[in-house]
Write a protein of this length. Structure first.
Length: 251
């Protein structure tokens, strides 16, 4: 017979996850620290990344120093095209962390992703609960993109983008698709998504035989990219942080 956890009992996490939730490092990096013997729990060296710890109860130390949670930081970056949204790339490609070189920042992780060929607004934080609320398809904010395509769309095509299609058994649709401007052979669309799927816009357009020439994320919820220069970043204001994920949504 299964035992139910006591109501109100502090949650247990594997040690690597606990370090990540404290905002000290990624779970992968935490596992490396643990396996190297750099982490103690309640005074004892632990080398198992899945060692159970009690949230707020276990005393965690890294290199003999308290593993108290890092100060939370929330940044927005104007990601340039050509950079990979990861901390390290196995193929040696440049990553978004190039934009933070020489700056004294705590460990930060991207909130969601933009693929190598995409550009624009990318959030960074060391607050996993806030990041999870932002990326949650049920409660997270919408994302708005400006997309250049290799055709001149008509109203019927825009309507079909909103109606959506099945791609490899997965439904893909735009919450809103509008025409921004046209050239002689291509056009810019504004596409808003209210859910996050891998390469969603590119796959949606491909289903209608449209090529994506450029893809720029220009807003997340009420937060616009604005005039932030390519490759530049800034801290979010407390008001922007709470507007993107209200405290009641951050669990």
């Amino acid at each position: 017979m299964r035992r139910r956890p006591l109501q109100g009992a502090a949650p247990r996490h594997g040690l690597a996850r606990a370090l990540s939730k404290l905002g000290l490092c990624s779970r992968t990096e935490a596992a490396r620290w643990i396996e190297a013997g750099r982490v103690r729990v309640d005074g004892r060296v632990v080398r198992d990344p899945e060692f159970p710890t009690i949230a707020g109860g276990s005393r965690i130390e890294v290199d003999g120093l308290s593993g108290a949670g890092a100060k939370r930081r929330y940044l927005m970056l104007n990601k340039p095209r050509g950079l990979v949204t990861t901390a390290a790339d196995e193929h040696g490609r440049e990553t978004i962390y190039r934009c933070f070189e020489g700056v004294d920042l705590p460990w930060l992780a991207p909130v969601g992703r933009l693929d190598k060929a995409s550009e624009g607004l990318l959030l960074m934080s060391n607050d996993p609960a806030w990041a999870a609320a932002i990326t949650d398809p049920g409660i997270g904010p919408s994302k708005t993109y400006h997309v250049q395509i290799d055709a001149i769309p008509d109203a019927a095509l825009l309507a079909r983008l909103e109606q959506g299609v099945l791609s490899e058994g997965e439904p893909l649709r735009a919450a809103r698709a509008t025409l921004l401007r046209t050239g002689t052979r291509n056009a810019w669309l504004e596409i808003t998504l209210d859910e996050g799927r891998n390469r969603q816009i590119r796959r949606l357009l491909e289903a209608f035989h449209l090529a994506t020439l450029r893809l720029v994320r220009v807003a997340i919820g009420t937060l616009p990219l604005g005039g932030l220069a390519k490759g530049a970043w800034r801290d979010l204001t407390p008001q922007e942080v709470s507007a993107l994920a209200p405290p009641s949504d951050v669990r």
